[in-house]
Ligand binder design. Sequence first.
Ligand code: G4P
Length: 534
Amino acid sequence: MSKYEAEISRRRTFAIISHPDAGKTTLTEKFLLYGGAIAQAGVVKGKKNARAATSDWMEIEKQRGISVTSSVMQFQYEGFCINILDTPGHQDFSEDTYRTLMAADSAVMVIDAAKGVEAQTRKLFKVCAMRDIPIFTFINKMDREARDPFELCEELEHELGIDTYAVNWPIGCGKEFKGVYDRQNRKVIHFTSNTNARAATATEIEPDDPALAGLIGADKREQLMGEIELLDGASCDFDLERVRHGKLSPVFFGSALTNFGVEPFLEEFLRMTTAPLPRKAGDEVIDSFDPDFSAFVFKIQANMNKAHRDRIAFMRVVSGKFEADREVYHVQGKKKIRLSRPQQLMAAEREIIEEAYAGDIIGVFDPGIFSIGDTLCTPGKKFRFDPIPTFAPEHFRRVRPLDTMKRKQFLKGMEQIAQEGAIQIFKTPYSGMEEVIVGVVGTLQFDVLEYRLKNEYNVDLYMEGLPYEYLRWIETEDGEPVKEEDLILGDGVKLVEDYKGNQLLLFATQWAINWTSERNKNLTLLEFGGGWQK
Ligand code: G4P
């Protein structure tokens, strides 16, 4: 294997997804700690707490700075080069969070053992599942009172529609959390202490060793034997192929805070995942080991500092090797360019880099030439990676400039910010009065919009909340636009258009979506826009 192939083979690029507070930051931090990327726990978390502290604009700006720095973290662990993609989950949850998942090859889903599947887990899972990427489940906080592990697995299967395979099985929970049973090696791992900051100390013992009862108690041993039998008899077989196609999720139980089960999880995860995955570009499939460089833009982050109007475009290297200052071809811009000051993020630090390989994420300064989904490749090639979907916003407001004389600046600013992908804007050509509706995935984006329009375009906004929560793209059988009079729409459903002329419907409830689908059989209502196809 050449050095180049070895570099790509050892890369793993994944996202950690969870509902806020399930333990994503704690788990990420433990990974960084094991990889030696940070020296002590609390570095990442400290930032997060500072971030959550207040909510005035200076804080938003700071938060955005932090989201830039923590978008992706690279570290080394036992020969692997690991890229963890952060999916912000608190108030800065946005469409970017979804788009980030487009750059991952697999996902780690952190579930709070007392809570099970929660709203945000569901949303993020759906986006991972649409690409069939492998999903690994870490059921966290077993050191606290937890729900029954069988019930938790059943809930994952039932609610998310994915089969599960428990790789290990917990012995007790809360203060009584004694360890886990490793089903592959058929051994009990008994946790003894977590005085060592790096990893929990544990001893291994065969389940039929008489000494086990002494360690975990006769009752717990009895219960474990019964549960092992039940698991072996009733659960799915382990099938690595199904894992790799996102059909079967390996489940691990542990506690990120006390280190119990974290390092074994990381090791299994690395063993079960593959080197960076290929990507589709129309009829072509671009393999990671293809020697020609290629990448796609999945996120654009505006610089909040007025003195630096430039933006950062984050791109995922799909194939080959990226070298700083080498010319690349920007397919959508139809131009050869040099990517200036490419950056990579090592733990919490930004670094200017000289090279990057397939699987890596780099951030480059963008003078305003990139859009989400753009392809960069080696000059001479012209393929385009399949588009990144547009995700349905969940919050909508009607907006207009306070000063009607400023409509021109208002529209310019709105379109510019929409182009960065922070907001989506819709027109209402069907309702007589021309209005502008803004849709966002996370409400923080409304604050950002208001601030930026004032500061960058000198426009004060008037915003009015709208009762919609769902949006669907309309697809017709013949590809022609629908006429409003041909639609059967219930109360509170609104037909709008985006700035590319696509027609969409806004709904207040899921029920209204079903009602509308039932009565307009000639339409397909799509949850993802942008021409995305599996
Ligand atoms: P998030 O990124 O998914 O939002 O969650 P985060 O890691 O910040 O964890 C949320 C809270 O849960 C934190 O407590 C954290 O310490 C705690 N936590 C994470 N993993 C475990 C675990 O395995 N066991 C237990 N018992 N707690 C866990 P906090 O009180 O909000 O913050 P802090 O004061 O501890 O920093």
